[in-house]
Design a protein around this ligand. Sequence first.
Ligand code: 16G
Ligand code: ZN
Length: 552
Amino acid sequence: REQRRRLLDVASRFPLPSGCRFSYGTAGFRADGATMAPAVCRAGILAALRSVKLAGAAVGIVITASHNPVGDNGVKIADPDGGMMAQHWEPFADALANAPDPDALLQLVLQFAKDEGISLGGHHTAQVLLGRDTRPTGEYLLDAALQGINAIVGAHAIDMGILTTPQLHWMVRSKNKGIKASESDYFTQLIDSFRHMLELVPKDKGGDELAKKLIVDGANGIGGVKLEQIKAELSGIDINVRNSGKEGEGILNHMCGADFVQKERVTPHGFSPEDVGVRCASLDGDADRLVYFRMSSASDNKVDLVDGDKILSLFALFIREQLDIINNNGSQVNKSMPARLGIVQTAYANGASTQFLKNHGLEVVFTPTGVKYLHKKALEYDIGIYFEANGHGTIVFSEDFLSQLQSLSNELSSDAANGSAQYRAAMRLMAASQLINQAVGDALSGLLLVEAILQYKGWSFQNWCELYSDLPSRQLKVKVIDRSSIVTTEAETKVSQPSSLQELIDKETANCAHGRCFVRPSGTEDVVRVYAEASTQVEADSLARSVAHHVE
Ligand code: 16G
Ligand code: ZN
């Protein structure tokens, strides 16, 4: 029947090149962009099936390879809540992407539909929103995705255009909440909530012109483009975008962007000695990662880095402070709002950041690497804040907490308490929940929240840097024959197989002051990664080297 014919047709239009093997991995399928069409087409089929399964709720497809080189591309699927696709569908995603021929693909889909109770060819509907970054293969892959979606009867594809990854996640989430979900709605929400945040800055803070100046490295990707579009409407900060992706400015992610700055700790392309001392931010190619930096001197290209851990620390202090104001304030209206605040990190978080957060009485928990794990954990709290050291993170608020906050602020605003510290703290939390993208880490909304909090605290970049000093660390990659032979446990902090390896790591680590070391197979590259931390750089380097030796 119709459904079978369409699947067979589309599969024969996109034959799998021999020798290709796709794995859904930590962040979807990734490969050289020119070889991706079959996998992207199949991701289109998958997304449409996901939407059918979820009673026609909107699902998203993003075509991007994030911080990777411009020739790469990739595809990942967003679930109706705007988060990553549910993990139990990943094995099917892999099987579908690797189905060797049209018949095998058809059989897989029919069997899976049967197992999942998806009735195909009936009177169902499905909606898939698509977005892509600025990569040259994007349009070609978009077409492959559209053909995949249209191979499912009743599926409807909506191309949202060239977007940041977090914009597409936000649109999927908003659409399913029944709120307006266009790009201009997204911008309006950012601009309005940022303005509210600034209106709530105490009068004695801010006002310093230099403090308003910010240079943003757009990685020659989509983030800089979008920031250019809205910066005139962001009063209260003066943004200058470099590596904005305009003709002649440079190549996507090449010598620039959040991944480059965080890993290399040097100034990105496009900066000059005149920028020494100015607060700078760096986005990655699809604008879901954010780090800050400052050029320390005109004589070399080293930077003072503020990574995801320090952004997390700033957010955590701010949220904690607002909760404390609400709960410990002796105002007339004696309302309190008990809230479970949770901080989620991975093993890559600098040990100094974890110590800092714990010293401030915060609850810190760990998950394996990858946004899907951190995000899920953060959802267990009333307010969950998560960040990876690489700059991907956000804050999530439970519906229940937000509605309590709403009623508290209603009560407080209706009487003399209006204008009280308690009321203002509640309003700040509300504005922050509007500003931050609760679907996924978003460099643009994260950047605006950082800027608003720095103004609220009256802090310079230096004040922020000095929250704590990072312990020296070293990362190495080790090539091995089969990286899956290394199995980790306890949020990747320990090796369970091969069983002798952990003992060797423990022995090496015990030789270093403040030593910490772990190894894990990469989810995106064919390598094993080694991370070591110690009280001096020399010790961190040697710890990493000796453990790498045991891995080889
Ligand atoms: C992906 C993940 C990122 C993680 C990185 C680790 C998402 C959206 N992105 O980029 O969170 O830090 O992979 O890569 O989940 P690795 O496994 O190669 O170290
Ligand atoms: Zn990214």
